[in-house]
Design a protein around this ligand. Structure first.
Ligand SMILES: [Zn+2]
Length: 198
């Protein structure tokens, strides 16, 4: 690891630890109870790192396509390994100034933790309602999920994860609770799935 990579790795590690400590205690407890409290910061691209981890654990190699898709993300929850992987080397984030980098990386961590909670705790009905829930979502998030190329069965998880990361960012800025622009049905879903009770 070069000195610059090491510096980035340490900084990312600190940011994610801070993001973890900032979680409401009950949400952290839920993450521990579903086995989603472990994370790994890598200095490689996300997809490459995940491929290596899966292979060392005895799983099949990912396709080149899957590696490429994952490389486009700064973080991912790997259900098989009960692990959140975050890349400190993610290019689009590397260009940011320190404060923005910290805010963005914390959001990546919050997104992945909420994503894990959603995968485990959302009901079949919640998942089936993904398309309709997306229609109720703020347009920025709706477009983000639609453009992300996700399958319909992933809409609910992506929505919960994005909203949760936003709620955490607002909470850190001293604005807890339900944002006025957020539909009740989505807020209630996020509360039920993530344990959010702010
Ligand atoms: Zn996600």
């Amino acid at each position: 690891m070069s000195a610059d990579q090491e510096r980035r790795w340490r900084r990312a590690q600190q940011i994610v630890e801070h993001a973890w400590r900032d979680l409401p205690a009950y949400d952290r407890h839920l993450l521990q109870s579903i086995g989603a409290s472990q994370w790994l910061i890598t200095t490689e691209a996300t997809g490459r790192a995940v491929d290596d981890l899966l292979r060392s654990a005895g799983y099949e190699r990912l396709s080149e396509r899957a590696v490429r898709d994952l490389n486009a993300a700064a973080g991912v929850w790997i259900a098989e390994l009960r692990l959140v992987v975050i890349s400190a080397a993610h290019e689009p984030l590397a260009e940011l100034d320190d404060r923005t980098y910290e805010a963005m990386l914390a959001r990546v961590a919050w997104h992945e933790w909420a994503h894990a909670l959603s995968v485990v705790r959302a009901t079949r009905e919640d998942v089936a309602a993904g398309e309709r829930l997306l229609d109720l979502a703020p347009s920025g998030i709706r477009d983000f999920v639609r453009r992300g190329g996700y399958r319909r069965s992933e809409y609910t998880h992506e929505l919960v994860a994005e909203i949760y990361a936003l709620l955490m960012s607002r909470r850190r800025r001293g604005q807890p609770g339900q944002p006025p622009w957020l539909h009740d049905e989505i807020y209630n879903l996020v509360r039920r799935v993530s344990g959010w009770s702010e």
